[in-house]
Structure formats: C-alpha cells, structure tokens
Design a protein around this ligand. Structure first.
Ligand SMILES: Nc1nc2c(ncn2[C@@H]2O[C@H](COP(=O)(O)OP(=O)(O)O)[C@@H](O)[C@H]2O)c(=O)[nH]1
Ligand SMILES: [Mg+2]
Length: 242
C-alpha cells in the first residue's frame, strides 16, 4: 500500500519558538504537507512560517489571517482551503509541541478504517506529561461533562490532535458552526457523529508546552461550558422541524 498523502493544519498564535521545531519534525515524515494558519501573531510567527515554506518548497503553505482572531475561525479557513488539496487525510495539530509528530503515522494508519481518528490521552496507553493536578482535573471533568450532555462516545473529546479522511471533513457544514474557541473541537466531533462518521481513538502522550504561553482564557472556558448544551438544543430543534 502507498503512504497516504496527509495535510497537517497547524493554527498558530505566538509560537515562534515552537513552530520551526514542529515543522522540521513533520518534514521527516514522507507524504506529509503542512498548512500553517497564523492569526497575525505579534511575535512574528507568520514571517517565520514563510521562511520555513521557502526552505521546504511545495510542502508548506502559510495562511495569514486578518480580521477577528480565533482558533475555530482559523480551522474553518484552513479546512476550506485544505479540502481542495490532493490529499487523502487532513490532520489537526497544535503548534506548541504538545502533539508529538511521532504519533502521526498511527493516527494516519487508523484512518484506514475510521472517518476521524483522535490522538487520545484517555484510552489505554495514553498519557499527559507536565500538567498540574488542577489542569488534569479540569480536562478530565470537561470530558465527563461533554460525554454526558452530548452522548459522544469518545474518551477524549477535547483533544486537538486528530486525523480526518478528507471526504469526511469536506462533508462538514462548517459555515453553520456555533462555537469558535476550543469548543469548536467538540462541535466538530458532535456534528461528525451526527453524520454517522466512524470515530476512532489512538493513544498519545500529550506533553505540556515548555515555551510560549497557553491561550486558554476564562472566556474560552465559559464558552466551553455552554457549547454542549447549545449543540444538543440545536440538534433537538432540527429534529422537531418538519
Ligand atoms: N490561529 C490561531 N491559533 C490559535 C489561537 N489560539 C490558540 N491557537 C493555537 O492553538 C494551539 C493550541 O493553543 P494553546 O494555547 O497551546 O492551548 P492549550 O494547549 O489548551 O493550552 C496552538 O498551536 C496555538 O498557537 C488563535 O486565536 N488563532
Ligand atoms: Mg497547548
């Protein structure tokens, strides 16, 4: 079997220390292409990404977003471009080295029998390194909460390390999404599951970033707490419609 062609979408906001390390590691994998979606990072990550694209001609693209910043918005724009690329799978990955590229082949391989594969911290073999107890607890409770409300089966609904079959991603009505922050990731799974997508999980070891800062804010947390309810309500409303 030939290696599947993969496009890895990497959203960035102030990741100048991390992005070059990540990109060089990804370039070691045959068949892997990268699309960096930068939100006008004040630290110059965008210009750095352009430099990396010049170094690896034809394998790296850079999207410089303008307008309102946001993780969900960045993914929507990146995916809109990515689904037209001649690739088999499209992956999502953080730039801060929390998502180790060495797990990528396992995610891609599992997409042979799934529409979306989650790089999961919460299946046997999965792990988290360097997270304080508080952050571990928050993530653990968030997943219980999301699973209870949305009835999603996945153990790790908030992981941002994923691999999609291109057609499954192309089938998503992203223009109708209601969330933008980290809950965008939950909404993607919820909608995919509603469309009958096969969801699989492979274990990863998540390593908290060493350099740069997390963008997890209170506003983002609040949105994340409300989104599951809004998703379920919207699901019911569309069932009621004749
Ligand atoms: N383009 C873009 N990327 C973002 C934004 N917020 C976060 N990111 C990126 O999303 C990924 C995850 O963010 P991070 O701050 O590490 O979140 P955490 O891992 O949950 O603490 C990283 O690659 C960030 O650079 C944003 O508003 N726009
Ligand atoms: Mg992070």
């Amino acid at each position: 079997m030939t290696t599947p062609r993969a496009l890895v979408i990497v959203p960035t906001y102030n990741e100048r220390e991390n992005l070059p390390v990540l990109v060089e590691a990804l370039m070691q994998h045959a068949g892997v292409h990268v699309l960096v979606v930068d939100d006008q990072s004040p630290d110059g990550t965008g210009a750095l990404a352009d430099e990396l694209a010049r170094r690896h001609t034809g394998r790296i693209q850079v999207m410089h977003r303008t307008g309102v910043r946001g993780l969900g918005r960045s993914y929507i724009d990146g995916i809109a471009q990515g689904i037209h690329e001649p690739v088999d799978v499209i992956c999502q990955m953080d730039a801060d080295l929390s998502h180790d590229p060495r797990h990528l082949p396992a995610l891609i391989a599992a997409s042979a029998s799934a529409d979306v594969v989650i790089g999961s911290r919460y299946v046997p073999g999965g792990a988290i390194q360097n997270w304080p107890r508080r952050r571990r607890l928050l993530s653990h409770l968030a997943n219980i909460y999301i699973r209870l409300i949305t009835r999603l089966n996945a153990r790790d609904c908030t992981s941002g390390y994923r691999c999609w079959r291109r057609e499954a991603l192309a089938a998503m009505p992203l223009d109708r999404f209601i969330s933008d922050g980290y809950s965008f990731l939950v909404e993607m799974l919820f909608v995919a599951s509603g469309q009958g997508a096969r969801i699989a999980e492979v274990p990863i070891t998540f390593v908290e970033r060493r350099l740069g800062e997390s963008k997890l804010s209170r506003a983002v947390l609040l949105e994340s707490a409300l989104t599951p309810w809004r998703l379920v309500a919207r699901g019911r409303a569309s069932e009621d419609r004749p």
